[in-house]
Design a protein around this ligand. Sequence first.
Ligand code: PLP
Length: 402
Amino acid sequence: MSHSKEHFYKQEIDFDQEHDFDGLISNKWNFRKERVGRDDVIAMWVADMDFETSPAIQKAIVKRAKRGIYGYAAVTEEYTNAVIGWFQKRHQWTIAPESIKQTPGVITAIHLGIQALSELNDFILIQTPVYHPFFRVIKQTKRQVLENPFIRTEKGYEIDFEDFKQKIIEYKPKVFILCNPHNPIGKVYRKEELIKLGEICLQYDVKMIVDEIHCDLVYSAAKHIPFGTLGDAFARNAIICTAPSKSFNLAGIRNSNIIIPDEELRAKFQAVYDFVGIPKPSLFPLVATQAAYEKGEEWFDQVIAYIQQNRDYAIERIEKNLSKLKVNHPEGTYFLWVDFSDYGLTKEELEKFLIDKAGVWFNQGYIFGSQGIGFVRINIACPRKTLKRALKQLEDALNELK
Ligand SMILES: Cc1ncc(COP(=O)(O)O)c(C=O)c1O
């Protein structure tokens, strides 16, 4: 990889290029030996892309870095307009400037939101299997996990509305955390589903934390519907979490924009934010986010098209060559959710097999809840060559197992 000046000014990113991660202090790639005992496994776990971000973002960061002055920063009108502009254009969602609050991540915002909207020991409702830190945050804030498991069907996963309502009546959760698009199952919620969930929450006075971090990462056949576009009553019942981190591969930059349309909810959120001492947003996250939303669109359209081809390639290959696996067809997110249960391995055996025999590092499904036992989550936001190599290694190892 070239580190020359030109590097930062090139117009196009070659998504096929495999990068050298040495020295990047990448959580995904640089600690393989310590974490899984082998430094040659293909890392397809944590939700980073293996691509360089948009040249426009790189340029903005470098330009600002070169000024050499790194005092405290503050949110500008240009920054806010960039956020508003993106969601207006891409999602037809009109966001009021005063409703936006920055946090150093979506999980931080969920942490604060739970504390703002519930009391110790209250139940917090989630739809499982789901992004594993939801369980952790609920436990860390000393609340209790209440699960509304998805119903697995031939076509994928469906919401169990009856159970959703019954759990609310029985356990009186104060908060429902909705993940749309859904990690790990790749579901993009339909408008009717969102309305139905939103109505039940309003009826029983359950506040919503809506995690829309993957909102841009939706494939061509689906459409993300921001919860904030469904009407005032729904929007006012929710804390809606957005971020440029997944869309633009900026997770290490740590910035998210949390939209809280209701003044009272916003004040409660702010009170916890102040109480726990979250600092004001820092410099480079603001620079990178503004550049992403102002100038990153072309790159984003290219990356999502590339990942969609990865999805189609991987699904076709798995279904053809590894018919004992069942792979979902995600509508959004860059994950495949793959069921290994026909191989009859315990969760420890599956984990060991994938690392030791196949040389691939996926997230184990059980971390997403008990419905995930026997599954893995595969991150396919990587160069096609990497994906092909991983699938080949997996095929060879599974063929030996037969
Ligand atoms: C659904 C979901 N929410 C939140 C996060 C993490 O957000 P952050 O790093 O901003 O805390 C992720 C990261 O993978 C995610 O998939």
